[in-house]
Design a protein around this ligand. Structure first.
Ligand code: BV8
Length: 246
């Protein structure tokens, strides 16, 4: 155990030195960035997909085949957000953007916590759960219209959150910008993602720079990263910030 702690401290110090050297650093986050804010992730022991098969709720097919189930799942996720807020790690990332320590954040998360905490250059690769549109005509609607189960006021179509469902393409412009940033980055810091979802799981490896992985468990093989720090996102970000600002 001691070795683990000591090793993590050494790895954190190493990443801090890489961050100081890097002229272009990009962060990639996943659901593990939000669990310390009280939002379940998807694949760890109490994640969403442990209880529900994603293909049974987060797909276009379900939007049309079983709107009640789709509506229930997303309404629950949306309501679950109301009592959650970004933790300290989010505010550290916002400070780092302000101080030019990082250039941008590509996120798979749909909770918009990075922007709420103050980051401006955020690529929402899987969209956003806080905004609603009609799936047929694209008209934007108020959250209340979705939560009370209304149809589109224009065409009567089905209302849905602006998330990217399984089987849907990612927003092209956002993907292109994230890919360009990651390709040119000297350092990519991947935080709180199992990297199970395509095509985002390809992104980190498109960089010419180094890749550091911060996660509380190592899913795949850690050798594909230049550095792996096992730990909680909030804790590691605080430790990194202490070293960088000392
Ligand atoms: C597409 C929005 C093509 C909705 C989401 C078979 C093989 C391979 C691929 C496929 C396949 N069949 C289908 C595919 C493609 C599919 C896919 O990848 N499926 C996988 C699951 C097999 N991908 C797609 O469908 C994508 N679209 O490919 O389109 C196309 C092209 C052109 C034209 C038309 C179509 C769309 C994928 C997007 C799906 N939408 N979310 C919603 O949120 O409801 S995915 C969902 O997973 C979330 O966005 C989530 O963020 C994302 C990724 O998960 P993670 O963020 O990594 O979360 P996870 O729980 O997995 O991991 C968290 C990690 O953090 C864990 O390791 C945990 O231990 C760790 N952790 C937890 N707490 C902490 C922590 N670490 C540190 N600190 C902590 N405190």
């Amino acid at each position: 155990m001691l070795a683990g702690k000591h090793e993590s401290r050494m790895e954190t110090a190493k990443l801090a030195s890489w961050m100081k050297q890097s002229k272009y650093t990009v962060v990639l986050t996943g659901a593990g960035m939000s669990t310390e804010s009280g939002i379940p992730d998807f694949r760890s022991e109490n994640g969403w997909w442990r209880r529900i098969d994603p293909r049974s709720v987060a797909t276009k097919e379900v939007l049309y085949a079983d709107y009640t189930l789709f509506h229930e799942f997303y309404s629950m996720r949306i309501r679950g957000l109301t009592c959650c807020k970004p933790h300290k790690g989010y505010y550290i990332l916002a400070q780092w953007e302000k101080n030019n320590i990082i250039n941008s954040i590509a996120t798979q998360n749909v909770d918009r916590f990075h922007q709420i905490a103050g980051n401006h250059k955020v690529y929402e690769l899987h969209g956003c759960i806080r905004t609603i549109r009609c799936d047929s005509c694209g008209t934007a609607h108020a959250m209340g219209d979705f939560l009370d189960g209304s149809g589109c006021t224009g065409c009567g179509g089905r209302l849905r959150p602006d998330v990217v469902l399984f089987g849907e393409a990612l927003p092209r412009d956002t993907w292109e910008k994230a890919m360009t940033d990651i390709e040119r980055a000297e350092l990519v810091i991947v935080i709180g993602t199992s990297l199970q979802v395509y095509p985002v799981n390809q992104l980190p490896f498109m960089t010419r720079g180094r890749i550091a992985y911060i996660n509380n468990e190592i899913g795949g093989d850690s050798h594909q990263f230049d550095l792996f720090i096992k730990g909680k996102a909030g804790d590691i970000l605080c430790k990194l910030d202490e070293i960088i600002t000392s």
